[in-house]
Design a protein around this ligand. Structure first.
Ligand code: ZN
Length: 201
């Protein structure tokens, strides 16, 4: 269990984080940077110019009101006739094809480390996820995330090794700082996963 969750019994610091528009603005700004970089590199097949082909993806699991700019997933399409290849850059807000914010997914799985009736009730009412969804997310961390080539390489950097049975909490606590900083660092760490090459929940 992550130490930072002990500050509040039913409303952990991560809830404060997800309810903070500044945090959402921060991850959106990161996504913009990632999108700009991806666009600059051009089409991955023909090196052609990329045009914006963003699409609407309203994530659930937010705890504050946000502007419409938060509802778009950056994506591009090659401008060359006959190619038109789509390129979707990595995102800190969306993990793979799921509708939930990446941060919410981490949050819910972390909360599930110390499941109590009160916490599950909170997830259900405030974040809008049920027990089965939380279980599915946990399985993703334990069965799918641990098998990714990304993690197979990245885990070697952690000494002592991260306890994979306690993911994602065990990973989150390896990043220093307060809850906000830990979450940002973890999202940044996970961003190579979000280009769509990982199986969704
Ligand atoms: Zn192309």
């Amino acid at each position: 269990m992550v130490k930072t969750l002990e500050h509040g019994k039913d409303l952990p610091l991560y809830a404060t984080l997800l309810g903070n528009p500044t945090f959402h603005d921060f991850v959106l700004a990161c996504d913009r940077d990632l999108a700009t970089q991806a666009r600059r590199r051009g089409c991955r097949l023909c090196r052609g110019v990329l045009h914006s082909a963003r699409y609407r993806r309203k994530p659930r699991g937010r705890l504050c009101r946000l502007g419409p700019e938060h509802d778009w997933r950056f994506s591009f399409c090659c401008a060359r006739d006959g190619c038109r290849t789509r390129k979707t850059p990595p995102s800190l807000r969306f993990l793979g094809r799921k509708v939930y914010l990446a941060a919410t997914i981490i949050l819910a799985a972390v909360l599930d480390e110390g499941t109590t009736a009160a916490r599950l009730q909170w997830l259900k009412e405030v974040v809008g996820v049920d027990r089965r969804t939380v279980e599915r997310w946990r399985r993703w961390w334990l069965k799918i995330f641990t098998k990714t080539s990304f993690w197979q390489i990245a885990r070697a950097a952690f000494i002592p090794p991260v306890n994979e049975d306690a993911l994602p909490a065990a990973l989150l606590e390896r990043f220093s700082g307060r809850a906000t900083e830990q979450m940002r660092a973890l999202l940044r760490f996970l961003s190579p996963l979000t280009g769509g090459q990982v199986q969704a929940f």
